[in-house]
Ligand binder design. Structure first.
Ligand code: F3S
Length: 294
């Protein structure tokens, strides 16, 4: 039996950069918070917690954490540091941090930051911004928070069909970095047919595309496919969706404990892939487990 790891799997550039930032900051000995979990991976978050890194869950907690550390409202950089994760945050939240005297360390992935700049500019130009993505996802909410004007999130082709921009406004279409490539193309097609040609920018990150393509290719030849990723990680769930379409025996696991593999004798190839927030050691653990036990 062969075990094959998808060509692209695991931490992407942006997530690795954000985690490295947290570890660098731990070294300074300062009080460190992350605004939301640094990655959608409970193992990684738990490990950081053990090193004293606390997670701030929302804007209401900013004041409390500033006060607890003796920060003063309006006194820039007087308090502890808050690291912005790769997903990014709305402009308003960043401004609030500064108001509370928290040092804001921006680990927003440069690819996400680029989207912030595109929608900010579109807002200044009076455009109606459309984000192809999952409403409520922190990255999408972050992008929404940089649009100065009207903004709509569309998740499906049907929603794209129903969308009408505010009167007299051109459309600027961007996508969540982890959005499905084919779905985005369909939405672009719908907008083109409707004559919404304002500014269409595919902001799907290559890391996502590469991971999705290599997962699909591997799932197509594998008898069993294992997708490793956090329960709340949208890119991991998408990988699972894609692999399930190609391979009927696809498992979605968060850690090795979730893996209850029962392999039929005829299995020749087990494929493994992992979402952007899955650390390498976890991937290796699963690979070794399958190698040793089957
Ligand atoms: Fe950045 Fe792409 Fe990862 S946008 S966070 S490198 S999936």
């Amino acid at each position: 039996m062969e075990i094959k790891l998808a060509e692209c799997a695991g931490f992407c550039f942006g997530v690795k950069r954000a985690i490295d930032t947290v570890y660098e900051q731990i070294e300074t000995g300062k009080t460190i918070y992350t605004y939301g979990p640094i990655v959608h991976n409970e193992e990684v978050v738990r490990e950081l917690e053990q090193k004293g890194v606390c997670v701030i869950e929302g804007e209401e907690e900013l004041a409390a954490c500033s006060a607890a550390a003796g920060g003063t409202e309006g006194g820039a950089n007087a308090g502890p540091s808050v690291i912005i994760r790769a997903h990014g945050i709305p402009r308003r939240t960043q401004e609030l941090m500064e108001q509370y005297g928290l040092e804001c360390i921006d680990a927003t992935c440069p690819f996400v930051k680029r989207i912030h700049r595109i929608v900010e500019k579109a807002g200044e130009q009076g455009m109606h911004v459309v984000i192809a993505g999952n409403s409520g996802h922190p990255e999408v909410e972050g992008i929404r928070g940089w649009c100065g004007g009207p903004v709509t999130v569309v998740e499906t082709e049907a929603e794209a069909e129903r969308f009408v921009p505010e009167e007299g406004r051109q459309v600027c279409l961007v996508s969540q970095t982890t959005f499905n490539y084919n779905k985005f193309q369909s939405i672009v097609e719908i907008f083109r047919k409707k004559g919404y040609n304002g500014n269409i920018v595919s902001t799907i990150c290559n890391a996502t595309e590469d991971r999705q393509r290599s997962a699909q290719a591997l799932a197509a030849e594998a008898d069993v496919m294992i997708v490793i990723g956090g329960k709340h990680s949208s890119n991991s769930r998408k990988l699972y969706e894609i692999c399930s379409r190609e391979c009927a025996h696809t498992y979605f696991i968060q850690t090795l404990d979730d893996l209850h593999l029962e392999l039929p004798k005829a299995v020749r190839l087990v494929g493994i892939t992992a979402g952007a927030s899955t650390p390498n050691n976890l991937i290796e653990e699963v690979q070794n487990y399958v190698r040793i036990n089957f």
